[in-house]
Design a protein around this ligand. Structure first.
Ligand code: 5GP
Ligand code: MG
Length: 186
């Protein structure tokens, strides 16, 4: 893959997979779907921090239905529970009861995190909840999860950039990069 853009984040090398322009195009497509599906209604977007901040900002610029956005963070169980368990929602400052919610995520991998996020949000009795993710790894999905809006389906590789991190770094990258084949994370 000579000529492909390779970057280094901490100790790992990553190669570009989707450019800023490609990402923007898919975001416009998904925003158009949302605009059509939610025509005549108001939406509350809940963007899950940290990873979705860049995606949320770009998606919202394409939304044409009246909406609110709030940013939430989920605290995970530590020690007692495997990955994906969500203890509580932090920073939810809007009342979602009886209102349509769209959750914005950076990436759905096993889907376990999103499953718990949805469970936690349902306790607050929104009228409906849809999931909108920037990236989805269909081969990795373990949960029966209905992902209504998805910008890109990707293979089961580790990616960084455009809000997604490797050990806290790489979120500022404008493009999306994939870990080079011969390496692994964790
Ligand atoms: P889950 O397996 O529960 O669907 O994914 C949990 C979390 O793992 C995601 O929200 C995301 O923070 C992280 N994650 C999964 N795959 C990747 C990846 O390829 N790159 C990065 N940076 N994070 C990922
Ligand atoms: Mg995330």
């Amino acid at each position: 893959m000579q000529g492909d853009k390779v970057i280094r984040v901490l100790d790992k090398e990553f190669v570009v997979s989707f450019t800023e322009e490609e990402i923007r195009k898919e975001i416009r497509r998904v925003a158009a779907e949302i605009n059509a599906d939610y025509e005549g209604r108001e939406v509350i977007f809940l963007a899950v921090l940290n990873g979705s901040f860049m995606f949320a900002a770009d998606l919202l610029r394409e939304i044409r239905v009246p909406c609110e956005i709030s940013f939430v963070k989920f605290a995970s169980y530590r020690g007692t529970c495997s990955t994906g368990c969500v203890r509580e929602v932090m920073g939810l400052d809007v009342d979602i009861a009886g209102r349509p919610v769209i959750v914005l995520e950076d990436i759905v991998d096993s889907g376990l995190t999103m499953l718990h996020v949805l469970e936690t949000l349902r306790e607050r009795e929104p009228a409906s909840i849809d999931v909108c993710t920037l990236l989805l790894k269909p081969e990795r999905l373990q949960a029966a999860l209905d992902v209504r809006y998805c910008c890109k389906r990707i293979p089961a590789d580790f990616i960084v950039g455009y809000g997604l991190d490797y050990d806290g770094y790489g979120r500022e990258l404008r493009d999306i990069y994939t870990l080079r084949q011969e390496q692994s994370v964790n």
